[in-house]
Design a protein around this ligand. Structure first.
Ligand code: MRU
Length: 351
């Protein structure tokens, strides 16, 4: 099943990622507010999945609106959009998807309320379908970078769970595996929420792709030992100059890859590129509850003395100079990144 989907009976379904790997639990959400809450609490996470969840949340808002005119329905959509945009700040895919749906709704307004509802549902479902297609295309481009027998390091979770289906950086690994290449994955556990060991390992196991989980702090020593052919990560937002906002720990991984002359690939749909930001300095970094650090996964098992304080930035910025190439649905982009990223966005937006 898809990680995020629209049920024709009028609700959004999500695989609740907080319950994995112990349990596959499906959430059925009936309002845009419930979708925003699922985003805030990370029942759904991963940049592309967040964008599509927000878009489908607007579908719920359009169905629920009691506005008597098309303008009133648009106003309800705007207020749902504001809540969804604010739910998590770093992944630009939320704003990107919400803007696409609002534009479709605005263009349909002259046709009346029913036309607005229909346009919102059609556009949000189209985005969901496109996400799968885009991931498959970028994965095929990226798989060409991997050779039979390669060991790769992967950070966070960028698989089907982080998208509607298939995945980005993990999609690249998946396609290489499907092509018959023997790929071994060193899975960064990705503290503090453990998206690597909880989610990526779960996906790799189901796909029968060989892997071992490593502590994040061990990645550098594996790179230095010469065991690793490539590092693969996703992105939550890439600025116009190629600076990458991604899961905390990405920067240190990129530094260690550079020091050991190992290629560092960042796989992403072009919807994750934010050309409005000249550099990564402008990427908003989400800070999460220090409890995630002090009490692993809030599981009631403290890993620090009572009263200890913690700081918990969920993302960091990796300077463009540490990136070997971006893998997108329109191809593999190499430096100079400003022109390559701008052309990729333009090409992807062609009808
Ligand atoms: O906090 P998360 O789990 O939403 O962070 C996700 C990541 O940083 C992923 O690596 C990134 O979104 C790419 S997902 C294809």
């Amino acid at each position: 099943m898809r990680t995020v989907d629209w049920d024709p009976q009028g609700y959004v379904t999500l695989i609740d990622q907080r319950a994995l790997p112990a349990e596959v639990h499906i959430l059925r959400l009936r309002t845009a507010g419930e979708v925003a809450d699922a985003i805030r609490t990370m029942a759904v996470r991963g940049a592309p999945a967040l964008g599509i969840a927000a878009a489908l949340g607007l579908g719920l808002s359009a169905c629920d609106s009691t506005g008597a005119t098309a303008e009133a329905v648009l106003a309800d959509l705007e207020s749902a959009a504001a809540e969804l945009r604010a739910a998590r700040p770093t992944a630009v895919n939320i704003a990107w998807a919400v803007d696409r749906v609002l534009r479709a709704a605005g263009e349909a307004a002259a046709g009346g309320i029913d036309r607005v509802r229909q346009a919102v549902l059609e556009e949000s479902r189209r985005l969901a379908d496109e996400d799968v297609e885009v991931n498959r295309r970028l994965s095929a481009h990226g798989a060409a970078l991997l050779q039979d027998g390669d060991t790769v390091i992967h950070h966070c979770n960028t698989g089907a769970l982080a998208a509607v289906d298939y995945g980005t950086a993990l999609g690249v690994i998946r396609t290489a595996h499907e092509q018959g290449k023997r790929i071994h994955v060193l899975v960064d556990e990705t503290r503090p929420r453990l998206q690597g060991s909880r989610l990526t390992a779960w996906e790799l196991q189901r796909l029968h792709i060989p892997f071992e989980i490593i502590p994040d702090s061990a990645a550098g020593s594996f790179l230095r030992a010469g065991e690793v052919a490539a590092v693969l990560v996703g992105a939550d937002r890439v600025a116009a100059n190629g600076d990458v906002g991604n899961k905390i720990g990405t920067y240190m991984l990129a530094l260690a890859a550079k020091d050991n002359a190992v290629p560092f690939y960042c796989a992403l749909p072009t919807s994750t590129i934010d050309l409005s930001l000249p550099t990564g300095e402008g990427i908003p970094i989400e800070w999460r509850d220090p409890g995630e650090v002090l009490d692993l996964m809030s599981a009631g098992q403290p890993v620090a003395p009572a009263g200890a304080r913690a700081r918990n930035p969920a993302f960091d910025i990796t300077p463009a100079r540490l990136v070997t190439a971006f893998v997108t649905e329109v191809g593999v982009l190499r430096a100079p990144f400003p022109s390559a990223l701008a052309s990729a966005v333009k090409e992807a937006s062609r009808p």
